[in-house]
Design a protein around this ligand. Structure first.
Ligand code: FES
Length: 357
């Protein structure tokens, strides 16, 4: 750090190499020169498009062709979303919709990206510039220089002069967000809400409880105290369409407790069978599968946000963000000893949506 002594000599720092500067007065420091020379720029190498007007024209054509391809990709993404609807309850249709929409969006993005890069590398003016460091500030000279930079950039890139390239880029940028509008239109308020769809599941009176994923029906005698089973309605695996949608609503957890530890609500007496209870597996917070059962405490844990439900006390919420207990599936056994549902759930499963009264 520089200091000023009484003799007016600038003392910069102790210089261990003072012996190398015998002309300097003793006791003064000598500023070492920068050890590195500025190497400067390598010789300028003109590009092929700088020397050959034909190649430059070809590069321009490539650039606006890429932008047009981007527009095509955006239009195709919209068309694909309409042509391959996902409302058909068919996983294959969902895959087709995603694939063709994704191909269009990819083409739209790549068209703009490659077009801009190729424009910069092959068509814009190719000169080396030195931008010296300077204080940050907005003096009139700086502002004038900034305006000149923009003017130079405009002149060198040809943004206003090369109208086809500019307009095709503007078109690509306008077209690109349109697929997103189509994609997210489902979030708009709707007049008709699918209440029925969300209020009912595959369970009905007499439907056997079956193991997930084998689909084998479960006998009450198979369920020992302390055990827990992941359960689906029998016949779910045979559905040709909408299997996943039905499973997402009908998945159930089956547990057996000592009947003495079960604290059943007065209006739910008879919903369990000899200590065996069935509750929806779909968390009432935001719908994750509740999959962790602690048999000593009889607690169910949702791994997403750690909501906990007490199986011994009609699955009431004892911790976490879930707002209501897991819905209970009333069960009994049939003549052959298999566990069966007494009815569908008596309330909507899953998160507390607007359809709940
Ligand atoms: Fe279960 Fe959030 S989804 S706690």
């Amino acid at each position: 750090m520089a200091q000023d002594d009484s003799s007016g000599t600038d003392i910069v720092a102790a210089d261990s190499s003072h012996a190398a500067h015998p002309t300097a007065a003793p006791g003064t420091a000598v500023i070492a020169t920068d050890a590195f020379e500025n190497p400067g720029f390598p010789p300028h190498r003109p590009r092929v498009t700088d020397e050959n007007p034909q190649r430059e024209k070809r590069a321009q054509r490539t650039v606006y062709t890429l932008f047009y391809l981007s527009i095509l990709g955006s239009v195709w993404a919209i068309a694909a979303y309409m042509l391959f609807p996902i409302e058909s309850n068919d996983v294959g249709a969902v895959r087709l919709n995603n694939m063709f929409f994704g191909l269009g969006a990819t083409l739209a993005l790549l068209g703009i990206g490659f077009g801009v890069v190729h424009w910069g590398k092959a068509v814009m003016t190719d000169v080396e510039l030195v931008d010296e460091r300077h204080p940050i500030g907005g003096s009139p000279e700086t502002q004038a220089a900034a305006a000149k930079v923009f003017a130079d950039a405009d002149r060198e890139s040809g943004f206003t002069r090369r109208a086809v390239i500019r307009n095709s880029l503007i078109g690509a940028l306008i077209a690109f967000p349109l697929p997103a509008v189509v994609l997210f239109r489902g979030f708009a308020p709707q007049d008709e809400l699918p209440v029925e769809l969300l209020s009912h599941t595959m369970w009905q009176k007499g439907t056997r409880l079956a193991l997930d994923p084998s689909g084998a029906p479960i006998k009450a005698s198979d369920v020992t105290i302390g055990s827990a089973f992941h359960v689906i309605p029998e016949g779910l695996q045979d559905l040709e369409h909408g299997r996943l949608e039905e499973k997402a609503k009908a998945a159930v957890l089956l547990m057996r407790l000592n009947p003495d530890e079960l604290n059943e609500k007065a209006d739910r007496v008879g919903w369990s069978y000899d200590g065996i209870v069935a509750y929806s597996k779909i968390c009432t917070h935001v719908g994750c599968p509740v999959a962790l059962y602690e048999q000593h405490t009889h607690h169910l844990l949702c791994p997403c946000h750690q909501s906990q439900f007490d199986v011994a006390n009609h699955c009431e919420v004892i911790f976490g963000p879930a707002a209501r207990p897991l819905p209970q599936l009333p069960i009994t056994v049939d003549d052959e000893g298999y566990l069966v549902a007494q009815s569908d759930f008596t309330e909507p499963v899953g998160p507390s949506f607007w359809e709940r009264s």
